[in-house]
Ligand binder design. Structure first.
Ligand code: MN
Length: 711
């Protein structure tokens, strides 16, 4: 069996890796098995993915397979995950949808290898094995690497753990191969994940501090740092590998010469200085994104205008201090395992000081407390290893009998796995879109050209581009306040204003790629001889204003899904504000109820965010608490057997600013104010009341509607 302090045979290590890998894969297949019962999760005979961002890489891979894409279509052409997918599809003929579902399963499970290898090299193979099992399924790691979570997360932690294995191995073996492992995996990390620089730099700094404190006479440590510095730069991947290999050769054969050592150091630092600069700049801007998002009033400035900051609407960027138990569960599954893991990790760092270099990973996981739950996955592996180490340590204290130690560790491991396995069993997420939405996008693909634009909210941008092969204004990566402003305006304002904004934004967006300006609205104002001070007035009269619109270069479509209803108030925040001072124009009223009951001549509507509303059928009035209001219009919509929409309107009080719509086929009630009622989204999607001079219906499916802008 697994013997402590005895050099474990390679066969045993391999066996444990295979067992842990299979365990991790099988756990991830449960979701596929569960999802297979739902036909609306399927498209083209394949389960669809469950992460929005995945469609960006899918678009990139699709374009690489086709061999072309359009200028400025924002395709993730040549990105790491797109490239990997392209290789797999091209050389194995596995279809792209299959890769999108299973690649995360195959890749993320590889994490068991470096964790077990770390255990092996420090004489704690069984701690490594338990750590590997736990790490591979711990909640946050699972959530971000499950089947269908087609994103770069699938390899980030794996590669980081290989870097740490290289450095820990270097400590024990002091050899060139360990240096190469650390540096090459750092280069891979740098290629794979565009935001890898901070963590790479932190590992280098930590390793340097460790070297200064406890291993300062060991030249090989500095040589490894030189190699790693090169690995982090923006220098091309293949050049980095060649340089690193060259340095390895030099160190192998000319190790003793001080001049070689110094000159290689100078070269490495120089390359880092020149090609690391861009990395620093990106690092600073992402710091601003995650750390300083709460310091301002939530506005971002662009071209002297105040825009709403999208960070405030992104859940994963929210902080976890208020939800400590979620933080703990995401790292270790439950609080007992977490506590043992922390103690085990601290003990490990005391007993084997080289493990101090893993602190950046744990520290980055802790950043989740203030900067968003996406970071917890970084702490998962070392915490899991800490758990395994503590159990191994305790087992050895309790008894010297190996069989009993194994029993203790098996029980502890089984206990630790209970919470994560229960989490996996319950974690049943939906696909990004269901198949009838995708079928609308697929039909749009046959209507629209690749250069045409589709206007929709950024949440759907990547998927629209993947399924319809078109361009979009905003997506999961391009969604700053100024980018979202125009789309929000087009969805929120009346049709005449919407049509002009859509045409302006599309043509100025294309123009901006050529003329290199950065704020479309500022440019539009300038071309219309307006100043910044005119901006609010300009936007309010745009619908009837004879604005200068560049010559039409392409068609524009609106993609209006039913699912946008639930986020419509969020969409509104981006354009219903004073751009000069960032203040809201007014609180919009837009509430949707899907829970209602009829009692005699009254209908009671329940809302999540406000008290019950009682609708009196007799006179078309509503009661909210003690208040009594008349509404302007009550409208009931319904689809017939042929899926044609019928709209019945009851005019009640023309002076009222309240509107009530019952979408009977969806079982939804909407109570809203006049601005929201007149918005293009409500008029086009809910009522199909389109201005025939401005819009042409293309697809009118109850799940999503597509209109073409007449220009
Ligand atoms: Mn394209």
């Amino acid at each position: 069996m697994i013997e402590k302090n005895i050099k474990s045979p390679m066969a045993m290590t391999l066996l444990l890796m295979v067992v842990a890998y299979v365990f991790s894969v099988v756990c991830r297949l449960w979701y596929v098995y569960w999802a297979s019962d739902y036909s609306y999760f399927f498209w083209n005979d394949s389960l669809m993915i469950n992460t929005n961002d995945g469609y960006a890489f899918a678009e990139g891979a699709r374009d690489m397979l086709a061999g072309f894409h359009q200028p400025n279509d924002l395709s993730f052409w040549d990105f790491s995950l797109s490239t990997l997918t392209y290789w797999i599809v091209k050389y194995t003929s596995i279809k792209i949808e299959t890769v999108m579902i299973y690649l995360s399963v195959a890749m993320s499970s590889l994490v068991v290898i470096p964790v077990i290898l770390i255990g092996k090299v420090c004489g704690e193979l069984r701690a490594g094995f338990i750590g590997a099992l736990l790490a591979s399924v711990a909640n946050s790691y699972y959530n971000r690497t499950m089947a269908g979570y087609y994103d770069t997360d699938m390899l980030i932690i794996v590669v980081c753990m290989f870097i740490l294995w290289g450095l820990i191995r270097l400590h024990y073996k002091n050899n060139i191969s360990s240096m190469l492992i650390a540096a090459v995996f750092m280069a891979i990390h740098s290629w794979w994940y565009t935001s890898s620089f901070p963590i790479n730099l932190a590992i280098i700094v930590m390793f340097f501090i460790y070297t200064i404190i406890s291993d300062r006479k060991n030249l090989i440590n500095y040589q490894t740092i030189f190699m790693m510095l090169i690995a982090t730069t923006t220098f091309g991947f293949e050049y980095k590998i060649i340089l690193i290999a060259l340095m390895g050769l030099i160190y192998r054969f000319m190790d003793k010469k001080l001049a070689i050592f110094i000159s290689s150091g100078v070269v490495a630092v120089a390359i880092f200085g020149i090609f690391g600069d861009g990395q620093f700049k990106k690092f600073i801007s992402s710091l601003q994104f995650y750390m300083f998002r709460n310091t301002s009033d939530g506005m971002v400035m662009a071209g002297n205008l105040h825009y709403f900051n999208v960070n405030q609407t992104i859940m994963e960027a929210g902080n976890l201090i208020s939800n400590l138990s979620l933080f703990i569960d995401r790292i270790s599954g439950n609080v007992v395992v977490f506590a043992i893991s922390v103690i085990g990790y601290i003990l490990l760092c005391f007993k084997k000081r080289i493990f101090l270099i893993t602190m950046p990973m744990v520290g980055l996981g802790m950043i989740a407390l203030t900067s968003g739950l996406r970071f917890t996955i970084y702490a998962v592996c070392m915490m899991a290893f800490g758990f395994g180490y503590f159990m191994s340590f305790i087992a050895a204290k309790i008894t010297s009998k190996h069989q009993i130690q194994i029993v203790i560790m098996t029980l502890a491991g089984a206990f630790a796995l209970i919470s994560p396995l229960m989490h996996i069993y319950d974690y049943r997420v939906s696909t990004v879109f269901n198949n009838n939405e995708v079928s609308v996008l697929d039909r749009l693909k046959s209507v629209a050209n690749r250069e045409d634009y589709v206007i929709s909210w950024w949440d759907y941008g990547y998927a629209i581009r993947y399924y319809s092969d078109v361009k979009t204004l905003i997506d999961g990566g391009k969604h700053s306040g100024k980018d979202n402003f125009a789309v929000s305006y087009a969805l929120l304002y009346p049709q005449n204003a919407s049509a002009k904004m859509a045409a302006l934004e599309v043509e100025y967006t294309e123009k901006s790629y050529k003329d290199k300006f950065d704020n479309n609205l500022m440019e539009i104002l300038k071309d219309n001889n307006k100043t910044i001070g005119d901006v609010n007035n300009f936007l309010s009269i745009l619908g009837n204003y004879d604005v200068l619109i560049p010559q039409k270069t392409r068609d524009i479509f609106y993609f209006l899904p039913f699912r946008m209803m639930e986020i419509f108030p969020v969409v509104a925040q981006f354009s219903r504000l004073d751009l000069l001072d960032g203040k809201d124009f007014s609180n919009n009223l837009f509430v949707v109820s899907s829970s209602y009951a009829q009692e005699g001549k009254q209908i009671i509507l329940k809302f999540d965010t406000m008290p019950d509303v009682i609708f009196n059928i007799n006179d078309g009035s509503i009661n909210i608490g003690n208040q009594h209001y008349y509404i302007n219009k009550f409208i009931q919509t319904a689809y017939d057997d042929k899926r044609n929409l019928h709209v019945n309107t009851y005019e009640i009080d023309p002076k009222s600013g309240l509107y009530l719509v019952f979408m009977s086929s969806y079982a939804k009630w909407i109570l809203m104010d006049e601005n929201m009622f007149n918005s293009t989204y409500i008029q086009l999607f809910v009522l199909e009341n389109y201005d025939k001079n401005l819009f042409e219906p293309i697809i009118l499916d109850p799940i999503a509607k597509v209109y073409k802008l007449k220009r």
